[in-house]
Design a binder for this molecule. Structure first.
Ligand code: MBD
Ligand code: FE
Length: 260
């Protein structure tokens, strides 16, 4: 994602003033002594140096921003972008009548999942030929380009809805995901008595002209971690049945995009 320096403008000044005001408020309320302050700074330093800052932020902060912005809005609820999105994924094209294929390894471990959906606008209009980006973890619960040995774009790709706003993907079941516990984020989990699991989920991003980009996730409605997702990304309208059909699973969900 974008890592360039932020340029100064009125909004940036306002945001940083608020940021420092609230951090100062935290120091006062916690009545930190100097040793505790140093320990806290060292922990934050480790968070940055280990590369876990985006993880920490997306697990413990992102949901608050989304809930504040979207809980009362019509259309599909957004969920966390998370730390594992990357740009430049392959364009997946379907052979006619067949689903696009998200797996790149010939014998990808895991149960086959056919996931289909329809994308429409809040006014009911189907959103045909719009871009859908999808990514997920594998049977070892690892994400390509991060903690997996798979090719960089395994279980990642983008494709377009058909003229009626429909799409279908052949993939594997996503796996409940333990966020890393061996670094500063793990220390935080321990200190705050939180468990590290996220429920299994598919990541989806929809882009359509005249509409707000929808970044969201889909969860199997019987996952055992739905109720205590460490990142609090679950929303009721993002649950669906992942139906066991014997040699494969099937799931479907419709998505509704807000106008810009
Ligand atoms: C994930 O897989 C994820 O989606 C989020 C939001 C945070 C940590 C791991
Ligand atoms: Fe994820």
């Amino acid at each position: 994602m974008q890592k360039e320096a932020i340029k100064k403008n009125d909004r940036v000044v306002e945001v940083f003033d608020l940021f420092i005001k609230h951090i100062q408020g935290f120091l006062e309320e916690a009545e930190l002594n100097h040793e505790e302050y140093t320990n806290f700074v060292n922990w934050a330093d480790r968070l940055g140096r280990t590369g876990e800052l985006p993880l920490f932020a997306d697990v413990f902060l992102e949901t608050h921003l989304l809930r504040a912005m979207y809980t009362e809005m019509p259309g599909t609820q957004p969920s966390l972008l998370g730390p594992y999105f990357i740009e430049g994924t392959p364009l997946l094209e379907a052979e006619d009548g067949k689903p696009v294929v998200l797996t790149q390894r010939p014998n990808e471990a895991g149960d086959v999942l056919y996931f289909k959906g329809n994308v429409s606008s809040v006014d009911g209009e189907a959103l045909g030929n719009i871009k859908v980006e999808m990514w997920q973890n594998d049977a070892d619960a690892t994400y390509s380009a991060f903690d997996s040995v798979a090719p960089k774009y395994n279980l990642r790709g983008h494709f377009y809805t058909d003229e009626n706003g429909n799409f279908e993907v052949k993939t594997i079941l996503p796996t409940p995901y333990p966020i890393p516990t061996n670094g500063p984020t793990g220390e935080f989990l321990e200190f705050t008595d939180k468990q590290p699991m996220r429920p299994a989920h598919l990541h989806l991003m929809f882009e359509a002209e005249g509409h707000e980009t929808l970044i969201t996730q889909v969860f199997p409605d019987d996952d055992k971690w739905l109720e205590n997702d460490v990142a609090d990304g679950v929303r009721l309208d993002l649950l669906t049945k992942f139906e066991n059909k014997g040699d494969h699973y099937e799931a479907a969900l419709n998505f509704v995009m807000r106008k810009e």
